[in-house]
Design a protein around this ligand. Structure first.
Ligand code: PSU
Ligand code: MN
Length: 316
């Protein structure tokens, strides 16, 4: 037999952990988890505890967690304990969105992945369900600053189901919903007709479709696959539990101050979202942090139920 002289394919850059690899090969349900929340959103060392809690919630629900992050340039899908330690404690961690992944790879940088980068990497690894706190979107003042998160564009081209508590309320929620519509991203409210407002159960905007069970979401995912065509995400907007929501009056007052402060300090670009969220934490005496955590927990639980329902449907 002639020797095969073709250049072998280089090994794939996206690296699933042994556990995630096994689960995907064995067709077990897997839930991807975002990590900018861990690297940039939560105070240390609480973030390490939350990282563990999120993974435990997924396991308790019968699925395998895949926290996504970039360490020393390598996009990881599923982290070992020592890697979770690094993404929750190291100095100089970057906030890595979709477009930053190749630069991080080439420069051997480390950082937490945004919704955009997490969705992209998880989907490359073959994962269908993903949990986060709130999506990025169109920032207020977009007429002038044109600041719109890459989360939106990425979701328009990535076949993944994202469970979130709506989009961050620091954004222009109406403009973000319009943009999701333009981009062909499916949006459903989970047991609600009101699009949730991240820290609040109701953003003041309606949502066109309501679903009431994980099985209904799995049916939508299945229909999406069977329809074919250009892939896009399904956004499942899951309001945080009523008892966990921020007082709306406090929310509105502190948000107004946060936006004015960002403007005054000239904060823009990648730093804007972390700045505003941190201002909310300080300005509400930590109440917004509690609401954020409750939303994340609730989203991780629901994402796990959806992954399990999706898995059951595949076997049917
Ligand atoms: N949670 C935080 N801080 C953040 C984010 C989440 O506490 O910065 C990230 C999310 O990962 C989301 C991103 O995808 O903010 C959107 O940021 P940008 O608008 O820069 O794309
Ligand atoms: Mn931005």
């Amino acid at each position: 037999m002639p020797r095969d002289t073709r250049t072998p394919d280089p090994p794939p850059i996206v690296t699933p952990s042994a556990e995630v690899h096994r689960a995907l090969r064995g067709g077990e349900p897997v839930v991807a988890l975002e990590s900018t929340l861990l690297s940039h959103g939560l105070p240390r060392p609480l973030n390490r505890q939350i990282a563990r809690d999120m993974e435990d919630l997924v396991r308790a629900g019968g699925a395998v967690p895949a926290t996504v992050a970039v360490l020393d340039g390598v996009p990881l899908v599923g982290l070992e304990a020592d890697q979770l330690d690094r993404i929750t404690s190291e100095g100089g961690l970057r906030k890595i969105s979709r477009r930053d992944v190749p630069v991080a790879w080439a420069r051997r940088s480390s950082g937490g992945t945004t919704v955009a980068a997490t969705a992209f990497l998880a989907s490359v690894a073959g994962i269908r369900v993903f949990a986060t706190g709130g999506l990025g979107g169109v920032h207020r003042g977009w007429h002038e600053n044109r600041d719109e998160s890459a989360d939106l564009q990425t979701l328009s081209a990535t076949p993944i189901t994202v469970v979130c508590a709506g989009v961050k309320s620091i954004l222009d929620v109406g403009a973000t919903l319009q943009k999701l519509e333009t981009l062909g991203v499916t949006v459903v409210g989970y047991r609600t007709d009101a699009f949730p407002g991240f820290y609040l159960r109701d953003s003041g905007h309606p949502v066109d479709w309501r679903v009431d069970s994980p099985e209904e979401v799995a049916a939508i995912m299945s229909a999406q696959t069977r329809l074919g065509g250009a892939p896009a995400a399904v956004v499942v907007a899951n309001p945080l539990p009523a008892e966990a929501q921020l007082d709306p009056t406090l929310h509105d007052a502190v948000l107004e101050q946060a936006l004015a402060a960002a403007d005054r300090d000239g904060v823009r670009g990648q730093g804007l979202t972390p700045y505003l969220l941190q201002y909310m934490v300080d300005g509400t005496g930590g109440a917004s942090l509690d609401a954020n955590l409750a939303a994340v927990r609730s989203n991780v639980e629901l994402a796990t139920r959806i992954a399990v329902a999706w898995h059951a449907r595949q076997g049917a």
